[in-house]
Design a binder for this molecule. Structure first.
Ligand code: AHM
Ligand code: MG
Length: 329
C-alpha cells in the first residue's frame, strides 16, 4: 500500500511556506517573512484567549470607546495589545495604525522598514454569542528614510502600495489567509500541533455567485442604485446571507462566490467600514483571488487616504456581481 494512503500528507506549515516563497515578494526580504510570522504568532495567542474568554472574564464590553466612538470589547483591547507587542518585539515594523488606537503607534524600532494598518479584532461584538470574528491587516513599506522617526505619510498610503495583506478568521476552524501580490493562500490552524498548515493553496474566488450580504435593516436609506441591485438579486432568487462579522461574511463569499455590501446609509454617509483597517486589505485579497472591490465610484485600492480612521462604502466580491452593482449605481 502506498505510504500516502496510510499517512495522509499534511500541507506545508506557514513558516516553511513563507520562507520558500520569499523570492516572490516584490522586495525579497527576510524581514517581511518574519513580520508575517509575528502576525501568525500573535493570532495564535488571541485564538487561545478568545476560546476561553467566557471562563476568564474576558467576554463583554470594556466600558471604553475607540477613536470613532465604537464601544470596545475587552477582547478588542486585548487583541490590540497582543499585536502591538508581537510586532514591536519583531523589530521589522516602525509604526502601526489600529482601529483601536486614536493615533499612530510608534514601536520605537526606527530601523523597521514596514508599517501596519490593522483591525485587531473585527466583529468583536459577536464574540459573546460565539460567532466568528477576525483580524484584518495591511502591510506597507515606509516612505520616510529608515532610521528616522516614522510620520503620518508612512501610514497613510493608498491600498495599491500594500506589499502584503490578509486576515485571520477565528471560526469553526481558525485560518490565516494572506497575499503578497502573487495570489492568495489560506492556512488552517491545527490546535494540537500549534501550527498553521496550507489548506487552501492558490485561492481563487468564483467569477459570479448567488450570495449577497448586507445589513438590510439599513436598506430604507440605501442609495437608489443599491436598492435596485438588491431588487435584482431578489428577482433572481439569490441567497441573502449576513453574519454581521465582516471577515466571516467575506471569507464565505470568497470561497463560494458572492458580494458583500456596506453602502452609505442615514447614520453613515460613508458607510461603516474603515478604508485603512478593513477595506484595503480585503480589496487586495479579493483582487488577488480574481474578484473586485469598489466604493461605488472607484477601485478601493486607489482611494487616496486623508485620515487614518476614514470610512468608505464597500462593495466587494465576485467580479460579475460587483460589475452588475456598478451598472445599477
Ligand atoms: P467593528 O470593526 O467595530 O467590529 O465593526 C465592523 C463590523 C463588521 O465586522 C461587520 O461587517 C459590520 O461591522 C456589521 O455592521 P452592522 O451591525 O451595522 O451590520
Ligand atoms: Mg472592524
Amino acid at each position: 500500500m502506498e505510504d500516502s494512503r496510510i499517512a495522509l500528507p499534511i500541507g506545508a506549515n506557514l513558516d516553511r511556506f513563507i520562507k520558500s516563497h520569499e523570492s516572490h515578494f516584490k522586495y525579497a526580504s527576510g524581514e517581511l517573512s518574519q513580520l508575517l510570522r509575528d502576525m501568525a504568532l500573535a493570532s495564535k495567542v488571541i485564538n487561545r484567549e478568545m476560546n476561553k474568554a467566557g471562563l476568564i472574564n474576558l467576554a463583554g464590553n470594556a466600558g471604553s470607546q475607540n477613536a470613532q466612538g465604537d464601544h470596545q470589547q475587552k477582547l478588542d483591547i486585548l487583541a490590540d495589545i497582543r499585536f502591538m507587542r508581537a510586532l514591536t518585539k519583531g523589530g521589522e515594523v516602525c509604526a502601526i495604525i489600529s482601529e483601536e488606537q486614536d493615533d499612530m503607534f510608534l514601536t520605537g524600532k526606527n530601523n523597521g522598514k514596514y508599517v501596519i494598518a490593522m483591525d485587531p479584532l473585527d466583529g468583536s461584538s459577536n464574540i459573546d454569542v460565539n460567532v466568528s470574528v477576525g483580524t484584518i491587516f495591511s502591510i506597507y513599506r515606509r516612505k520616510t528614510e529608515v532610521g528616522t522617526t516614522p510620520t503620518a505619510e508612512d501610514c497613510m498610503q493608498k491600498g495599491t502600495e500594500q506589499v502584503a495583506a490578509g486576515y485571520i478568521i477565528y471560526g469553526s476552524s481558525t485560518m490565516f489567509v494572506y497575499t503578497t501580490g502573487n495570489g492568495v493562500n489560506g492556512f488552517t490552524y491545527d490546535l494540537s500541533l500549534g501550527e498553521y498548515f496550507l489548506s487552501h493553496p492558490n485561492l481563487t474566488t468564483p467569477d459570479d455567485g448567488k450570495i449577497y450580504s448586507c445589513n438590510e435593516g439599513n436598506s430604507n436609506s440605501f442609495p437608489d442604485g443599491v436598492t435596485a441591485y438588491l431588487n435584482q438579486c431578489k428577482d433572481n432568487e439569490m441567497t441573502g446571507r449576513y453574519i454581521g462579522s465582516l471577515v466571516a461574511d467575506f471569507h464565505r463569499n470568497l470561497l463560494k462566490g458572492g458580494i458583500y455590501l456596506y453602502p452609505p446609509y442615514r447614520k453613515g454617509p460613508n458607510g461603516k467600514l474603515r478604508l485603512m483597517y478593513e477595506c484595503n486589505a480585503l480589496a487586495f485579497v479579493v483582487e488577488q483571488a480574481g474578484g473586485k472591490a469598489t466604493d461605488g465610484k472607484q477601485r478601493i485600492m486607489e482611494i487616496e487616504p486623508t485620515d487614518f480612521h476614514q470610512k468608505c462604502p464597500l462593495y466587494i466580491g465576485s467580479k460579475k456581481m460587483v460589475d452588475r452593482l456598478e451598472e445599477c449605481l
